[in-house]
Design a protein around this ligand. Structure first.
Ligand SMILES: [Zn+2]
Length: 109
């Protein structure tokens, strides 16, 4: 069987860009190819904001600082099952989000 290489978005907060790179299971961090700062691996669901969109980047940084890298977060569904929760649209929503979904926060090392 041919091994397919998996890629993941690595986010540079200095460049405000994401780089699709091979997913190295040994590290969640890679050097930014443009500025040399450390980039962090994000979930595929992450959509990089526009470079000039300060408000969105503040939200992303806030979420990151609280352990949210756009990994999946769940809600109790109406029929008892679990359903994916949506990530917050702005910083205000993010403040509630990190409290409500605290149990899903992760530490990336
Ligand atoms: Zn960079």
């Amino acid at each position: 069987m041919k091994e397919s290489s998996r890629t993941a978005p690595y986010v540079c907060f200095s460049c405000r860009k994401q780089f699709e790179r091979n997913w190295d299971f040994n590290t969640n961090f890679k050097k930014c190819p443009e500025c040399g700062e450390t980039t962090v691996r994000y979930d595929h669901k992450f959509r990089v904001p526009k470079r000039t969109d300060d408000a969105q980047w503040k939200k992303v940084e806030f979420l990151r600082d609280h352990g949210f890298y756009f990994q999946r977060v769940y809600d109790q569904g109406d029929e008892g099952g679990l359903q994916y929760a949506n990530y917050p649209k702005d910083l205000n929503e993010a403040r509630d989000f990190v409290v409500k979904y605290q149990e899903f926060a992760i530490t990336i090392e």
